[in-house]
Design a protein around this ligand. Structure first.
Ligand code: BES
Ligand code: MN
Ligand code: ZN
Length: 497
């Protein structure tokens, strides 16, 4: 865990990070060192000699005068008020580039507590490495910074300190999401997912902070009629689970009560609709939704936010075997709907259908949100960095999108066109698990909608692309698991009236 400190005094670390922006005219540069005065004249000459541009994701290290290293991180176009996401990314890129150093002070242009939090979040999120499975090469790995200090004239203000504490919690639980995603299916099964989360809940304080965990085993799922979860899990030697975490705030009446549901496929081979070998390894990330909702719930509890959260993670491994679900099998979902499984690779909606129905047994919910790496069509439609939001309640969706704009997570609204619904009709069961191929993300959303009560505000977040970064690291986003959706789920709990 990275600790974040605040300081308004002299810089004690031997690494100092400041911003570098480009002024629109003539490619000239502007050093943005926040509340710390720097002698910029000679530095600007050096930077221009080095070919610095100040663009986002550019990190330049030079020997410092008062510190061992002076680091310039790109802010893009110069501005009188940088967007929080610009600060988050610039801090993240710098922290990532500083692996191997022990501590650094960040002095960037921050005008208020929100921008200071963004710097803290970005730096701590960028300061991530996954080395659990490095064996003999572990010592060659550069270790992340052990401490991060934010330099600001506002350092001693209580509210600023609180925001920095929140940034620490966000970073810590985003790391948990990333670790779970990056852990290979040889080491992450439905059962071990449950024990990692149970341990994390205990470590956070468990019942003393209002958290309770329970797990349903395969035999319990079978006897209670969770036909979706068991059908998806039945081809694997690693049996399915349904994990539940509930959070009830201590000593305040919750202002809202939400249910979170996250897709938890610990590995998706496609089942008997086997996926091609090329790229299948990325399907270890198919539990990203489950990891995000569980970690968000713990973070919300640690932040003592005044909302009640009931979180469900249906967990299964979608494998190929003589016990796997066959195309054309008919299953009975929790609640009684029958589904013809035409394609066992459309498994996420099956485990989610069960869990969504279970979640709605809780009375007086103000809303329900599912998070899932649900469709390849999501990636085709929006690319790898923008997630989709589908809903039955535009007001809930607008509120969520507003929160997402604050946290810097890219979400975009998508429709649920009713004319696509008929494509899910089945001649033998209540529904088929696949329909029209075109608009596949929306068809999947329409399938889930069948499991939602008409009058319950619902959001479906398809994070298939953004959950897992198969490209280059950028900003505060590493390669592999990203932790997308956690920050906005927490923000929703932070700012719910
Ligand atoms: N887990 C996949 C979706 C996915 C694809 C996530 C790419 C991340 C990156 C999901 O279970 C799946 O296989 N969906 C199918 C549905 C189809 C059979 C209707 C798909 O998108 O191809
Ligand atoms: Mn699949
Ligand atoms: Zn899947």
């Amino acid at each position: 865990m990275t600790t974040i400190r605040l300081s308004d005094g002299i810089v004690k670390d031997d690494v100092l990070v400041v911003g570098l922006a480009s002024k629109s005219a003539k490619g000239s540069l502007q050093i943005e060192s926040g509340d710390l005065a720097l002698d910029t004249k000679s530095l600007l000459q050096t930077l221009s000699d080095l070919g610095a541009t100040g663009k986002a994701d550019e990190v330049i290290k030079i020997p410092g005068n008062s510190t061992r290293l002076l680091v310039f991180t790109g802010l893009g176009k110069s501005s009188s008020k940088y967007e929080n996401e610009v600060l988050r990314r610039a801090s993240g890129a710098a922290a990532r580039a500083l692996a191997g150093n022990s501590s650094a002070t960040f002095s960037l242009p921050a005008k208020d507590k929100h921008s200071i939090r963004a710097i803290g979040e970005g730096a701590a999120l960028g300061n991530y490495a996954f080395s659990t499975f490095k064996g003999s090469t572990k010592s060659a790995q550069k270790t992340p910074l052990k401490s991060i200090t934010i330099h600001s004239a506002l350092a001693s203000i209580a509210e600023v300190k609180d925001e920095v504490k929140s940034a620490e919690v966000i970073a810590r639980y985003t790391s948990l999401v990333r670790d779970l995603i990056n852990t290979p299916p040889s080491h992450l099964t439905p059962e071990t997912f449950c024990s990692v989360i149970s341990d994390a809940v205990k470590e956070a304080g468990g019942a003393s902070i209002g958290l309770k965990v329970s797990v349903m085993t395969e035999s319990q799922l079978k006897s209670k009629g969770f036909g979706g979860i068991t059908a998806v899990g039945q081809g694997s030697v690693n049996p399915p689970r349904l994990l539940n975490i509930s959070y009830t705030p201590k000593s305040v009446k919750p202002s809202k009560k939400y249910a979170f549901v996250g897709k938890g496929i610990t590995f998706d081979t496609g089942g008997l609709a086997l996926k091609p070998a090329l790229g299948m390894e990325a399907m270890k990330s198919d539990m990203s939704g489950a990891a995000a909702v569980c970690a968000a719930t713990i973070a919300i509890a640690l932040l003592k936010l005044p909302v009640a959260i009931d979180t469900w993670a249906p967990l299964a491994e979608n494998m190929v075997s003589d016990t796997a679900t066959r195309p054309s099998d008919v299953i009975t979902m929790y609640g009684g709907k029958t589904v013809e499984v035409l394609n066992p690779d459309a498994e996420g909606r099956l485990v989610l259908g069960d869990a969504l129905v279970k979640a709605q047994e809780e009375k007086d919910l103000d809303g329900i949100i599912d998070v899932a790496t649900l469709t390849g069509a999501q990636v085709v439609a929006l690319g790898t960095r923008t997630s989709a939001v589908m809903t039955n309640d535009d007001e809930f969706s607008s509120h969520f999108l507003k929160m997402a704009a604050h946290t810097g997570e890219a979400f975009w609204p998508m429709p649920l066109p009713i004319e696509l619904r008929a494509s899910l009709d089945s001649p033998v069961a209540d529904m088929a698990n696949i329909g029209e191929r075109m608009g596949g993300m929306l068809v999947a959303g329409l399938f889930l909608k069948e499991f939602i009560a008409d009058d319950l505000p619902w959001l479906h977040l398809d994070i298939a692309g953004p959950a897992y970064n198969e490209g280059q690291p950028h900003g505060y986003t590493p390669v592999g698991g990203t932790g997308i959706a956690l920050r906005t789920l927490v923000a929703l709990a932070e700012l719910s009236e």
